[in-house]
Structures are given as C-alpha cells and as structure tokens.
Design a protein around this ligand. Structure first.
Ligand SMILES: Nc1ncnc2c1ncn2[C@@H]1O[C@H](COP(=O)(O)OP(=O)(O)OP(=O)(O)O)[C@@H](O)[C@H]1O
Ligand SMILES: [Mg+2]
Length: 242
C-alpha cells in the first residue's frame, strides 16, 4: 500500500478533460516528476488530490483510507501540502508570520510549537535570514521557497510542488534541487516542472500527462527520451517547449 493512491480519477470542465482515468501511486522517500504541455491537467491533478476540485469519479486514498469525500482543509491536517504555481503569500506579513500561520492553521500547532516549526522550516528552505522581511518584498526564488516552506509547515507527508522552479536562474534551480533532494527522505514528493535536468536530478519516476491522460510513468531517462514525449512536445525539448 503506497502513501498516496490515485485510482481511476476522472474530471472534465464541459468538453475540457483534465483527468482521464488517472492512476498514480507514490510512497514516502519517492519523488515523481510530472510533465505535460500547458493545459494538460497537471495543476488540476494537484487540486483534485488537495480537495479543492471534486472529481467526477474515481478515488484518492491516503494511507489506505479513502479521502475522496474529505474537505480540502482536513486533507491539509492529514498531511497533504501544496506549493502553488503562483506564489500566494500574505504580502504584508513577514516571512516568519506566513510560515507560522501555516503551522498554526495547517498543522494545528499551539503558538510555541508553531513558532519552533516555522523556524525549523525556514532553516530547511534557506529562508531564515529573511524571516523578518515582509513576504511581499521577496525575490522570485525566495517567494518560491516560501511556497515550499508553507507546504512543509503544515507537517506535510505528501508535498505537491507546482512549477516552483519556473522563472529561476540556473543557479537558483540548482539550489532548489538540493533543497528538494534533502526533503525526499521523509516525504513523498510530486513535482510538476518543465525543467528537464532538475526533474532528472530528483525524480525516481516521471509521469507524462496529455489532455488529462497519463501517457507514461517510468524511469526519468526512458520517459524523457521516449517517442511519446518528443511527439507531444513537437520535437522540442521539454525546456524549450514551455
Ligand atoms: N476551474 C476551471 N474551470 C474551467 N476550466 C478549467 C478550470 N481549471 C482549469 N481549467 C482548464 O483545464 C485545463 C487544464 O488546466 P491545468 O491548470 O490543470 O493545466 P496545467 O497542465 O497545469 O497547465 P500549465 O502548464 O499551463 O500550468 C485548461 O484548459 C484550463 O483552462
Ligand atoms: Mg499548471
């Protein structure tokens, strides 16, 4: 039994199919990369797992328990953390306050433990020196790190990272890769990303989504060099196509 089991998940918006019989399993210590063209249904898959979208059919199991009917805020309490594609901090609060709020409401920690958790998470994500800055003043790299920090602060066991490498410099991506690698041991991680070398450095498997269908799910090198991936990206590399 894997930590997360997505079973035969289906979801459409009218004629737009965002999940088409999707199955996905992931365990603690694993990282799955998710790729696919714009509009393939990648972020929608995260929303379905997080509970902010309701599937038309199918099931989501966490630790063997069907959580399909569990509301989104309770799924956070069960250990599902999500870093959003577009960073959504409280810009007027400090970095520390943003993460402490996630620890208080997401992990339901009392103030003292919440603050300790926030400090630990800021340390792990390289943000400790920015703890007292307003979140709205952060650079893009640090806003992406703050998304990661908030996902960690809720005591997530499953981390869903939505393009947190997008827009970063090569050097910043390398630093992010190191951070994510250090989190792999005690988390299950699903990382949607278009930066092929970053995914290859971290992911144990890569899944390919296209029109809501999972076309491939396998070893990173095999998937990235497959005819299927070349075809859906029309002969371009994953990096160039985005
Ligand atoms: N709430 C919604 N209502 C209607 N259509 C939606 C909704 N959310 C997403 N869609 C549509 O579903 C499709 C999949 O969107 P999604 O955001 O999951 O794609 P994605 O793979 O994350 O793309 P990107 O690489 O651009 O982030 C798109 O065509 C999008 O316009
Ligand atoms: Mg998306």
């Amino acid at each position: 039994m894997a930590l997360l089991e997505v079973k035969n998940l289906n979801k459409s918006f009218g004629s737009v199919v965002v999940a088409d019989h999707v199955d996905l399993n992931i365990d603690t210590g694993e990282c799955i990369g998710v790729i696919g063209p714009n509009g393939a249904g990648k972020s929608s898959l995260f929303a379905l797992i997080a509970g902010s979208l309701t599937p038309d059919s199918g099931a989501i199991h966490l630790d063997g328990r069907d959580i399909s009917q569990v509301p989104a805020h309770k799924r956070v309490h069960l250990g599902i953390g999500r870093a959003f594609q577009i960073p959504q901090p409280f810009p007027g609060l400090t970095v520390f306050e943003n993460v402490a709020a996630a620890a208080a409401f997401g992990a339901r920690l009392p103030a003292r433990q919440g603050h300790a958790k926030a400090r630990d998470v800021l340390d792990r994500t390289g943000l400790i020196e920015f703890a007292d800055r307003p979140a709205g003043s952060l650079t893009l790299l640090n806003r992406k790190r703050l998304e990661l920090a908030k996902a960690l602060a809720v005591n997530a066991r499953l981390l869903m990272l939505d393009e947190i490498g997008a827009g970063l410099t090569e050097r910043e991506v390398d630093r992010l890769v190191q951070t994510i690698l250090s989190l792999k041991q005690d988390h299950a991680i699903i990382w949607i990303e278009h930066i092929a070398h970053a995914l290859k450095a971290v992911a144990d498997r890569i899944a390919v989504l296209h029109f809501g269908r999972k076309l491939l799910d396998g070893a990173p090198d095999e998937v990235m060099s497959s005819a299927t991936v070349k075809e859906i990206y029309m002969g371009l590399g994953v990096d160039e196509a985005h």
